[in-house]
Design a protein around this ligand. Sequence first.
Ligand code: GLN
Length: 527
Amino acid sequence: MSSNEMKLSHPKGLYLLFITEMWERFSYYGMRALFMLYITKALLFDKGFAAQIYGNYTGLVYLTPLLGGYIADRYWGNRRSIFWGGIVMAIGQFLMFASALNYQDVELAKYLMFCGLGSLILGNGFFKPNISTMVGHLYAPTDKRKDSAFTIFYMGINLGAGLAPLWCGFVGDTGNPADFKWGFLSAGVGMLVAVFIFELFKNKYLCTPEGKQIGLSPMEDLTHHSHTLDVDDSLKNPNSKKRLVWSLGGLVALFFLFSFNFNSLNTVGAAIFEGADWIGSAIFAVSIIMPVFIVADKSLTKIERSRIFVIYIIAFFVIFFWAAFEQAGASLTFFADEQTDRRIFGWEMPASSFQSFNAIFVVTLAPIFAALWSFLGKRGMEPSSPVKQSLGLFLLSVGYLVIAIGVHGVDANVKVSILWITSLYLLHTMGELCLSPIGLSMVNKLAPIRFASLLMGVWYMSNAAANKFAGTLSGLYPENGVAKSFAGYQIATLYDFFMLFVVMSGVAAVILYFLSKKLEKLMNGIK
Ligand code: GLN
Protein backbone atom coordinates (compact mmCIF):
# COMPACT_ATOMS: atom_id res chain seq x y z
CA MET A 1 0.00 0.00 0.00
CA SER A 2 1.46 3.41 -0.95
CA SER A 3 1.70 6.08 1.72
CA ASN A 4 -0.88 8.14 -0.17
CA GLU A 5 -3.47 5.42 -0.05
CA MET A 6 -2.74 4.97 3.65
CA LYS A 7 -3.27 8.66 4.29
CA LEU A 8 -6.63 8.62 2.55
CA SER A 9 -7.79 5.64 4.52
CA HIS A 10 -7.69 7.43 7.90
CA PRO A 11 -9.68 10.42 9.18
CA LYS A 12 -7.99 13.84 9.20
CA GLY A 13 -8.40 13.98 13.00
CA LEU A 14 -5.73 11.29 13.28
CA TYR A 15 -3.21 13.64 11.72
CA LEU A 16 -4.21 16.46 14.05
CA LEU A 17 -3.59 14.18 17.04
CA PHE A 18 -0.36 12.98 15.38
CA ILE A 19 1.01 16.54 15.10
CA THR A 20 -0.19 17.56 18.58
CA GLU A 21 1.40 14.50 20.20
CA MET A 22 4.55 14.94 18.13
CA TRP A 23 5.09 18.40 19.62
CA GLU A 24 4.17 17.28 23.13
CA ARG A 25 6.67 14.41 22.93
CA PHE A 26 9.23 16.80 21.46
CA SER A 27 8.80 18.81 24.63
CA TYR A 28 8.85 15.80 26.97
CA TYR A 29 11.84 14.01 25.44
CA GLY A 30 13.76 17.24 24.74
CA MET A 31 13.70 18.04 28.43
CA ARG A 32 14.44 14.42 29.35
CA ALA A 33 17.54 14.36 27.15
CA LEU A 34 19.02 17.31 29.03
CA PHE A 35 17.67 16.60 32.48
CA MET A 36 20.44 14.29 33.78
CA LEU A 37 23.18 16.39 32.20
CA TYR A 38 21.69 19.52 33.76
CA ILE A 39 21.59 18.12 37.28
CA THR A 40 25.05 16.61 37.14
CA LYS A 41 26.86 19.28 35.11
CA ALA A 42 25.16 22.55 36.09
CA LEU A 43 23.80 21.80 39.56
CA LEU A 44 26.70 19.39 40.23
CA PHE A 45 24.63 16.68 41.97
CA ASP A 46 26.29 13.29 42.17
CA LYS A 47 25.32 10.57 39.68
CA GLY A 48 23.60 8.23 42.14
CA PHE A 49 21.41 11.01 43.48
CA ALA A 50 20.63 12.19 39.96
CA ALA A 51 19.63 8.67 38.92
CA GLN A 52 17.30 8.46 41.90
CA ILE A 53 15.57 11.71 40.97
CA TYR A 54 15.32 10.52 37.37
CA GLY A 55 13.77 7.18 38.34
CA ASN A 56 11.22 8.86 40.56
CA TYR A 57 10.35 11.43 37.92
CA THR A 58 9.80 8.85 35.16
CA GLY A 59 7.84 6.67 37.58
CA LEU A 60 5.50 9.48 38.67
CA VAL A 61 4.99 10.74 35.13
CA TYR A 62 3.28 7.42 34.41
CA LEU A 63 1.27 7.37 37.63
CA THR A 64 -0.62 10.66 37.23
CA PRO A 65 -2.45 9.54 34.04
CA LEU A 66 -4.79 7.76 36.47
CA LEU A 67 -5.82 11.10 37.89
CA GLY A 68 -6.02 12.80 34.49
CA GLY A 69 -8.03 9.89 33.11
CA TYR A 70 -10.44 9.89 36.04
CA ILE A 71 -11.08 13.63 35.89
CA ALA A 72 -11.59 13.49 32.13
CA ASP A 73 -14.06 10.61 32.19
CA ARG A 74 -16.07 12.08 35.00
CA TYR A 75 -15.91 15.84 34.65
CA TRP A 76 -13.77 17.50 32.01
CA GLY A 77 -13.73 15.35 28.88
CA ASN A 78 -10.57 14.74 26.84
CA ARG A 79 -10.36 18.13 25.13
CA ARG A 80 -10.33 20.25 28.25
CA SER A 81 -7.93 17.84 29.99
CA ILE A 82 -5.53 18.00 27.06
CA PHE A 83 -5.65 21.80 27.06
CA TRP A 84 -4.96 22.18 30.79
CA GLY A 85 -2.47 19.31 30.84
CA GLY A 86 -0.57 21.02 28.02
CA ILE A 87 -0.59 24.40 29.74
CA VAL A 88 0.65 22.92 33.04
CA MET A 89 3.40 21.01 31.20
CA ALA A 90 4.45 24.21 29.42
CA ILE A 91 4.61 25.97 32.82
CA GLY A 92 6.77 23.06 34.02
CA GLN A 93 9.19 23.54 31.12
CA PHE A 94 9.37 27.29 31.73
CA LEU A 95 10.12 26.61 35.40
CA MET A 96 12.97 24.35 34.23
CA PHE A 97 14.11 27.27 32.04
CA ALA A 98 13.96 29.58 35.08
CA SER A 99 15.92 27.02 37.08
CA ALA A 100 18.65 26.80 34.43
CA LEU A 101 18.72 30.58 34.18
CA ASN A 102 19.64 30.66 37.87
CA TYR A 103 21.85 27.58 37.96
CA GLN A 104 24.59 29.38 39.85
CA ASP A 105 22.27 29.89 42.82
CA VAL A 106 21.91 26.15 43.49
CA GLU A 107 19.25 26.45 46.21
CA LEU A 108 16.97 28.60 44.05
CA ALA A 109 17.65 26.51 40.94
CA LYS A 110 16.83 23.34 42.85
CA TYR A 111 13.58 24.78 44.15
CA LEU A 112 12.49 25.94 40.70
CA MET A 113 13.46 22.56 39.25
CA PHE A 114 11.33 20.61 41.75
CA CYS A 115 8.36 22.90 41.02
CA GLY A 116 8.99 22.34 37.30
CA LEU A 117 9.13 18.56 37.70
CA GLY A 118 5.92 18.64 39.75
CA SER A 119 4.14 20.59 36.99
CA LEU A 120 5.43 18.24 34.29
CA ILE A 121 4.24 15.21 36.24
CA LEU A 122 0.80 16.70 36.83
CA GLY A 123 0.40 18.10 33.31
CA ASN A 124 1.50 14.87 31.66
CA GLY A 125 -1.12 13.01 33.69
CA PHE A 126 -3.82 15.09 32.03
CA PHE A 127 -2.36 15.17 28.54
CA LYS A 128 -1.10 11.65 27.82
CA PRO A 129 -4.05 9.33 28.55
CA ASN A 130 -6.52 11.72 27.00
CA ILE A 131 -4.81 12.22 23.68
CA SER A 132 -4.38 8.45 23.35
CA THR A 133 -8.08 7.88 24.10
CA MET A 134 -9.14 10.36 21.44
CA VAL A 135 -7.30 8.47 18.70
CA GLY A 136 -9.57 5.47 19.12
CA HIS A 137 -12.73 7.51 19.41
CA LEU A 138 -12.26 8.87 15.89
CA TYR A 139 -13.39 5.44 14.70
CA ALA A 140 -16.48 3.31 15.15
CA PRO A 141 -16.05 0.89 18.10
CA THR A 142 -15.47 -2.16 15.90
CA ASP A 143 -13.44 -0.44 13.17
CA LYS A 144 -10.62 -2.69 11.97
CA ARG A 145 -8.33 0.28 11.28
CA LYS A 146 -7.69 1.06 14.95
CA ASP A 147 -4.42 -0.87 15.31
CA SER A 148 -3.08 0.73 12.20
CA ALA A 149 -4.26 4.18 13.40
CA PHE A 150 -2.48 3.81 16.74
CA THR A 151 0.64 2.67 14.90
CA ILE A 152 0.60 5.86 12.79
CA PHE A 153 -0.01 7.89 15.96
CA TYR A 154 2.98 6.12 17.53
CA MET A 155 5.08 7.30 14.61
CA GLY A 156 4.20 10.89 15.58
CA ILE A 157 5.29 10.18 19.16
CA ASN A 158 8.66 8.99 17.94
CA LEU A 159 9.14 11.70 15.38
CA GLY A 160 8.96 14.17 18.27
CA ALA A 161 11.01 11.90 20.54
CA GLY A 162 13.70 11.47 17.88
CA LEU A 163 14.06 15.11 16.86
CA ALA A 164 13.90 16.64 20.34
CA PRO A 165 17.21 15.37 21.73
CA LEU A 166 18.94 16.55 18.55
CA TRP A 167 17.58 20.10 18.75
CA CYS A 168 17.55 20.52 22.53
CA GLY A 169 20.98 18.89 22.72
CA PHE A 170 22.28 21.23 20.02
CA VAL A 171 21.16 24.42 21.79
CA GLY A 172 21.38 23.20 25.39
CA ASP A 173 24.26 20.73 25.68
CA THR A 174 27.12 22.86 24.42
CA GLY A 175 29.61 22.21 27.19
CA ASN A 176 28.69 25.56 28.77
CA PRO A 177 26.28 25.02 31.70
CA ALA A 178 24.72 28.43 31.04
CA ASP A 179 23.23 27.07 27.80
CA PHE A 180 20.96 24.38 29.29
CA LYS A 181 18.25 27.01 29.59
CA TRP A 182 17.90 27.22 25.79
CA GLY A 183 17.07 23.52 25.64
CA PHE A 184 14.36 23.86 28.31
CA LEU A 185 13.02 26.99 26.63
CA SER A 186 12.72 25.07 23.35
CA ALA A 187 10.83 22.32 25.18
CA GLY A 188 8.43 24.91 26.62
CA VAL A 189 7.83 26.48 23.21
CA GLY A 190 7.27 23.01 21.67
CA MET A 191 4.58 22.35 24.27
CA LEU A 192 2.83 25.63 23.48
CA VAL A 193 2.93 24.78 19.77
CA ALA A 194 1.16 21.48 20.58
CA VAL A 195 -1.60 23.23 22.54
CA PHE A 196 -1.98 25.94 19.91
CA ILE A 197 -2.38 23.51 17.00
CA PHE A 198 -4.80 21.36 18.99
CA GLU A 199 -6.99 24.30 19.98
CA LEU A 200 -6.99 25.72 16.46
CA PHE A 201 -8.22 22.59 14.69
CA LYS A 202 -10.00 20.47 17.28
CA ASN A 203 -13.55 21.56 16.43
CA LYS A 204 -12.99 20.99 12.75
CA TYR A 205 -11.40 17.55 12.78
CA LEU A 206 -12.08 15.72 16.02
CA CYS A 207 -15.31 13.89 15.34
CA THR A 208 -16.71 10.39 14.84
CA PRO A 209 -17.38 9.01 11.34
CA GLU A 210 -20.98 10.29 11.76
CA GLY A 211 -19.67 13.80 12.45
CA LYS A 212 -20.35 13.84 16.21
CA GLN A 213 -17.74 15.82 18.20
CA ILE A 214 -15.53 13.66 20.42
CA GLY A 215 -13.71 14.37 23.68
CA LEU A 216 -16.46 16.58 25.15
CA SER A 217 -17.19 16.57 28.86
CA PRO A 218 -19.95 14.20 30.04
CA MET A 219 -22.14 17.26 30.60
CA GLU A 220 -21.73 18.40 27.01
CA ASP A 221 -22.12 14.93 25.59
CA LEU A 222 -25.66 13.70 26.03
CA THR A 223 -25.07 10.04 25.23
CA HIS A 224 -22.23 9.96 27.71
CA HIS A 225 -24.28 11.97 30.19
CA SER A 226 -26.70 9.18 30.99
CA HIS A 227 -23.79 6.87 31.88
CA THR A 228 -22.30 9.45 34.16
CA LEU A 229 -25.56 9.88 35.97
CA ASP A 230 -25.56 6.14 36.59
CA VAL A 231 -22.09 6.33 38.03
CA ASP A 232 -22.95 9.37 40.12
CA ASP A 233 -26.04 7.65 41.44
CA SER A 234 -24.06 4.58 42.23
CA LEU A 235 -21.61 6.72 44.20
CA LYS A 236 -24.44 7.87 46.42
CA ASN A 237 -25.41 4.38 47.38
CA PRO A 238 -23.84 2.89 50.51
CA ASN A 239 -21.99 0.18 48.57
CA SER A 240 -20.05 2.76 46.60
CA LYS A 241 -19.18 4.72 49.69
CA LYS A 242 -17.95 1.51 51.24
CA ARG A 243 -15.86 0.87 48.13
CA LEU A 244 -14.28 4.31 48.40
CA VAL A 245 -13.53 3.88 52.10
CA TRP A 246 -11.94 0.44 51.81
CA SER A 247 -9.93 1.52 48.77
CA LEU A 248 -8.51 4.53 50.53
CA GLY A 249 -7.87 2.46 53.65
CA GLY A 250 -6.18 -0.23 51.57
CA LEU A 251 -4.10 2.36 49.77
CA VAL A 252 -2.82 3.91 52.97
CA ALA A 253 -2.17 0.50 54.56
CA LEU A 254 -0.23 -0.80 51.55
CA PHE A 255 1.66 2.45 51.21
CA PHE A 256 2.92 2.22 54.78
CA LEU A 257 3.61 -1.46 54.45
CA PHE A 258 5.79 -0.88 51.40
CA SER A 259 7.54 2.19 52.79
CA PHE A 260 8.18 0.57 56.16
CA ASN A 261 11.89 1.20 56.05
CA PHE A 262 12.04 4.70 54.59
CA ASN A 263 14.72 7.08 55.77
CA SER A 264 13.88 10.40 57.33
CA LEU A 265 13.85 13.16 54.76
CA ASN A 266 14.41 16.84 55.14
CA THR A 267 12.81 19.16 52.60
CA VAL A 268 9.49 18.84 50.81
CA GLY A 269 11.19 18.65 47.40
CA ALA A 270 13.52 15.99 48.71
CA ALA A 271 10.61 14.10 50.25
CA ILE A 272 8.93 13.89 46.88
CA PHE A 273 11.81 13.27 44.52
CA GLU A 274 14.64 11.81 46.52
CA GLY A 275 12.83 9.37 48.78
CA ALA A 276 12.92 6.32 46.54
CA ASP A 277 10.82 4.31 48.92
CA TRP A 278 8.02 6.85 49.12
CA ILE A 279 7.59 6.91 45.37
CA GLY A 280 8.07 3.19 44.86
CA SER A 281 5.61 2.47 47.67
CA ALA A 282 3.04 4.86 46.20
CA ILE A 283 3.40 3.31 42.74
CA PHE A 284 3.04 -0.26 43.97
CA ALA A 285 0.19 0.54 46.38
CA VAL A 286 -1.78 2.37 43.66
CA SER A 287 -1.03 -0.41 41.15
CA ILE A 288 -2.70 -2.93 43.43
CA ILE A 289 -5.64 -0.92 44.76
CA MET A 290 -6.71 1.06 41.70
CA PRO A 291 -7.56 -1.92 39.47
CA VAL A 292 -9.62 -3.46 42.26
CA PHE A 293 -11.37 -0.15 42.90
CA ILE A 294 -12.38 0.18 39.24
CA VAL A 295 -13.58 -3.35 38.78
CA ALA A 296 -15.68 -3.21 41.95
CA ASP A 297 -17.86 -0.52 40.35
CA LYS A 298 -21.45 -1.75 40.57
CA SER A 299 -22.46 -0.14 37.27
CA LEU A 300 -20.28 -2.54 35.25
CA THR A 301 -21.93 -5.35 33.33
CA LYS A 302 -20.47 -8.86 33.28
CA ILE A 303 -19.05 -8.42 29.78
CA GLU A 304 -17.53 -5.03 30.61
CA ARG A 305 -15.91 -6.50 33.68
CA SER A 306 -14.42 -9.44 31.81
CA ARG A 307 -12.98 -7.09 29.17
CA ILE A 308 -11.43 -4.95 31.90
CA PHE A 309 -9.81 -8.09 33.32
CA VAL A 310 -8.12 -8.61 29.96
CA ILE A 311 -6.66 -5.08 30.14
CA TYR A 312 -5.31 -5.88 33.62
CA ILE A 313 -3.77 -9.19 32.64
CA ILE A 314 -2.03 -7.75 29.59
CA ALA A 315 -0.93 -4.65 31.53
CA PHE A 316 0.72 -7.02 34.02
CA PHE A 317 2.72 -8.79 31.29
CA VAL A 318 3.65 -5.47 29.77
CA ILE A 319 5.50 -4.57 33.00
CA PHE A 320 8.12 -7.17 32.05
CA PHE A 321 8.39 -5.74 28.55
CA TRP A 322 9.09 -2.16 29.66
CA ALA A 323 11.34 -3.19 32.54
CA ALA A 324 13.61 -4.95 30.03
CA PHE A 325 13.11 -2.39 27.25
CA GLU A 326 13.92 0.59 29.48
CA GLN A 327 17.42 -0.78 30.07
CA ALA A 328 18.15 1.38 27.01
CA GLY A 329 18.52 4.46 29.20
CA ALA A 330 20.75 2.75 31.76
CA SER A 331 22.58 -0.55 31.41
CA LEU A 332 22.51 -0.66 27.60
CA THR A 333 24.02 2.83 27.47
CA PHE A 334 26.86 1.70 29.79
CA PHE A 335 27.32 -1.24 27.45
CA ALA A 336 27.43 1.04 24.39
CA ASP A 337 29.88 3.26 26.22
CA GLU A 338 32.25 0.65 27.63
CA GLN A 339 31.99 -2.48 25.54
CA THR A 340 31.01 -1.44 22.02
CA ASP A 341 33.42 -0.48 19.30
CA ARG A 342 31.69 2.70 18.14
CA ARG A 343 34.11 3.67 15.36
CA ILE A 344 32.54 4.10 11.92
CA PHE A 345 34.90 5.18 9.11
CA GLY A 346 37.30 6.66 11.62
CA TRP A 347 34.58 8.60 13.51
CA GLU A 348 33.66 7.52 17.04
CA MET A 349 29.93 7.70 17.65
CA PRO A 350 28.97 9.09 21.10
CA ALA A 351 27.35 6.42 23.33
CA SER A 352 24.32 8.66 23.91
CA SER A 353 23.40 8.63 20.22
CA PHE A 354 22.26 5.00 20.54
CA GLN A 355 19.27 6.44 22.38
CA SER A 356 17.94 7.80 19.09
CA PHE A 357 18.15 4.43 17.29
CA ASN A 358 14.82 3.39 18.73
CA ALA A 359 12.99 6.51 17.51
CA ILE A 360 14.59 6.26 14.06
CA PHE A 361 13.57 2.61 13.75
CA VAL A 362 10.01 3.34 14.92
CA VAL A 363 9.58 6.12 12.38
CA THR A 364 10.86 3.95 9.54
CA LEU A 365 9.11 0.74 10.53
CA ALA A 366 5.75 2.11 11.76
CA PRO A 367 4.30 2.63 8.25
CA ILE A 368 5.26 -0.94 7.38
CA PHE A 369 3.59 -2.33 10.50
CA ALA A 370 0.51 -0.11 10.01
CA ALA A 371 0.19 -1.37 6.44
CA LEU A 372 0.78 -4.95 7.57
CA TRP A 373 -2.08 -4.84 10.10
CA SER A 374 -4.40 -3.27 7.49
CA PHE A 375 -3.38 -5.86 4.90
CA LEU A 376 -3.94 -8.79 7.27
CA GLY A 377 -7.12 -7.20 8.65
CA LYS A 378 -8.70 -6.97 5.20
CA ARG A 379 -8.03 -10.65 4.64
CA GLY A 380 -9.32 -11.70 8.06
CA MET A 381 -5.85 -12.95 9.01
CA GLU A 382 -4.87 -10.35 11.60
CA PRO A 383 -3.66 -11.87 14.89
CA SER A 384 -5.59 -10.86 18.01
CA SER A 385 -4.18 -8.21 20.37
CA PRO A 386 -2.90 -10.71 23.00
CA VAL A 387 -1.05 -12.66 20.28
CA LYS A 388 0.56 -9.45 18.99
CA GLN A 389 1.61 -8.54 22.53
CA SER A 390 3.15 -11.93 23.09
CA LEU A 391 5.00 -11.54 19.79
CA GLY A 392 6.30 -8.19 21.10
CA LEU A 393 7.67 -9.87 24.23
CA PHE A 394 9.16 -12.64 22.12
CA LEU A 395 11.01 -10.17 19.85
CA LEU A 396 12.36 -8.43 22.94
CA SER A 397 13.68 -11.75 24.19
CA VAL A 398 15.31 -12.48 20.82
CA GLY A 399 16.95 -9.01 20.89
CA TYR A 400 18.60 -9.88 24.20
CA LEU A 401 19.54 -13.32 22.93
CA VAL A 402 21.39 -11.76 20.00
CA ILE A 403 23.43 -9.52 22.27
CA ALA A 404 24.03 -12.33 24.77
CA ILE A 405 25.55 -14.34 21.91
CA GLY A 406 27.62 -11.27 20.94
CA VAL A 407 29.22 -11.01 24.38
CA HIS A 408 29.47 -14.72 25.17
CA GLY A 409 33.00 -15.58 26.23
CA VAL A 410 34.27 -12.08 25.37
CA ASP A 411 36.72 -10.63 27.86
CA ALA A 412 35.42 -7.63 29.86
CA ASN A 413 37.93 -5.23 28.30
CA VAL A 414 37.32 -6.26 24.68
CA LYS A 415 34.90 -4.16 22.64
CA VAL A 416 32.36 -5.92 20.41
CA SER A 417 31.00 -4.86 17.02
CA ILE A 418 28.38 -2.12 16.81
CA LEU A 419 26.19 -4.55 14.87
CA TRP A 420 25.22 -6.41 18.05
CA ILE A 421 23.62 -3.48 19.81
CA THR A 422 22.14 -2.20 16.54
CA SER A 423 20.44 -5.56 15.96
CA LEU A 424 19.17 -5.50 19.53
CA TYR A 425 17.58 -2.09 19.03
CA LEU A 426 16.05 -3.16 15.73
CA LEU A 427 14.45 -6.25 17.27
CA HIS A 428 13.33 -4.30 20.35
CA THR A 429 11.66 -1.69 18.16
CA MET A 430 9.85 -4.36 16.17
CA GLY A 431 8.68 -5.81 19.48
CA GLU A 432 7.60 -2.38 20.69
CA LEU A 433 5.53 -1.86 17.53
CA CYS A 434 3.73 -5.16 18.12
CA LEU A 435 3.06 -4.33 21.73
CA SER A 436 2.80 -0.65 22.58
CA PRO A 437 0.50 0.94 19.95
CA ILE A 438 -1.50 -2.28 19.85
CA GLY A 439 -1.91 -2.05 23.63
CA LEU A 440 -3.27 1.50 23.36
CA SER A 441 -5.67 0.33 20.69
CA MET A 442 -6.71 -2.68 22.75
CA VAL A 443 -7.45 -0.58 25.83
CA ASN A 444 -9.54 1.69 23.66
CA LYS A 445 -11.50 -1.22 22.21
CA LEU A 446 -12.06 -3.00 25.52
CA ALA A 447 -12.79 -0.12 27.89
CA PRO A 448 -16.41 0.95 28.46
CA ILE A 449 -16.64 4.52 27.11
CA ARG A 450 -17.30 6.03 30.55
CA PHE A 451 -13.97 4.60 31.82
CA ALA A 452 -11.98 5.01 28.59
CA SER A 453 -9.41 7.49 29.84
CA LEU A 454 -9.17 6.07 33.35
CA LEU A 455 -8.30 2.64 31.93
CA MET A 456 -5.77 4.28 29.63
CA GLY A 457 -4.31 5.60 32.89
CA VAL A 458 -4.17 2.02 34.22
CA TRP A 459 -2.30 1.02 31.05
CA TYR A 460 0.29 3.77 31.61
CA MET A 461 0.48 2.83 35.29
CA SER A 462 2.13 -0.44 34.27
CA ASN A 463 4.93 1.76 32.92
CA ALA A 464 5.33 3.37 36.32
CA ALA A 465 5.83 -0.02 37.96
CA ALA A 466 8.06 -1.14 35.08
CA ASN A 467 10.31 1.91 35.38
CA LYS A 468 10.84 1.19 39.06
CA PHE A 469 11.58 -2.45 38.31
CA ALA A 470 13.92 -1.46 35.45
CA GLY A 471 16.01 0.56 37.92
CA THR A 472 16.40 -2.47 40.20
CA LEU A 473 17.34 -4.70 37.27
CA SER A 474 19.86 -2.26 35.86
CA GLY A 475 21.59 -2.31 39.26
CA LEU A 476 22.48 -5.95 38.48
CA TYR A 477 24.82 -4.85 35.66
CA PRO A 478 28.09 -6.66 36.42
CA GLU A 479 30.91 -4.42 37.58
CA ASN A 480 34.55 -5.30 38.24
CA GLY A 481 33.92 -9.03 38.13
CA VAL A 482 31.84 -9.00 41.35
CA ALA A 483 28.97 -11.50 41.04
CA LYS A 484 25.47 -10.32 41.91
CA SER A 485 22.43 -12.45 42.44
CA PHE A 486 18.76 -12.01 41.59
CA ALA A 487 16.11 -14.47 42.79
CA GLY A 488 18.80 -17.12 43.20
CA TYR A 489 20.30 -16.46 39.73
CA GLN A 490 24.04 -15.60 39.74
CA ILE A 491 25.17 -12.76 37.50
CA ALA A 492 28.93 -12.61 37.03
CA THR A 493 29.25 -11.65 33.37
CA LEU A 494 27.44 -9.56 30.80
CA TYR A 495 26.26 -12.79 29.21
CA ASP A 496 24.50 -13.77 32.49
CA PHE A 497 23.03 -10.29 32.71
CA PHE A 498 21.54 -10.32 29.21
CA MET A 499 20.33 -13.91 29.61
CA LEU A 500 18.24 -12.77 32.58
CA PHE A 501 16.24 -10.60 30.16
CA VAL A 502 16.08 -13.36 27.54
CA VAL A 503 14.48 -15.64 30.11
CA MET A 504 12.25 -13.02 31.71
CA SER A 505 10.70 -11.76 28.49
CA GLY A 506 10.76 -15.18 26.82
CA VAL A 507 8.83 -16.80 29.67
CA ALA A 508 6.35 -13.91 29.71
CA ALA A 509 5.88 -14.27 25.92
CA VAL A 510 5.19 -18.00 26.13
CA ILE A 511 2.75 -17.72 29.04
CA LEU A 512 0.89 -14.88 27.33
CA TYR A 513 0.72 -16.85 24.11
CA PHE A 514 -0.82 -19.82 25.90
CA LEU A 515 -3.28 -17.52 27.67
CA SER A 516 -4.28 -15.79 24.44
CA LYS A 517 -7.17 -18.14 23.55
CA LYS A 518 -8.65 -17.66 27.00
CA LEU A 519 -8.16 -13.90 26.81
CA GLU A 520 -9.80 -13.76 23.38
CA LYS A 521 -12.83 -15.44 24.92
CA LEU A 522 -12.91 -12.90 27.76
CA MET A 523 -12.76 -10.11 25.18
CA ASN A 524 -16.23 -11.16 24.01
CA GLY A 525 -16.08 -10.56 20.29
CA ILE A 526 -13.35 -7.90 20.26
CA LYS A 527 -10.03 -8.73 18.60
N1 GLN B 1 7.69 5.99 23.81
C1 GLN B 1 6.29 5.99 23.97
C2 GLN B 1 5.76 7.29 24.48
O1 GLN B 1 6.47 8.16 24.88
C3 GLN B 1 5.84 4.87 24.86
C4 GLN B 1 6.24 5.05 26.25
C5 GLN B 1 5.71 3.97 27.10
O2 GLN B 1 4.54 3.59 27.05
N2 GLN B 1 6.60 3.47 27.90
O3 GLN B 1 4.58 7.48 24.51
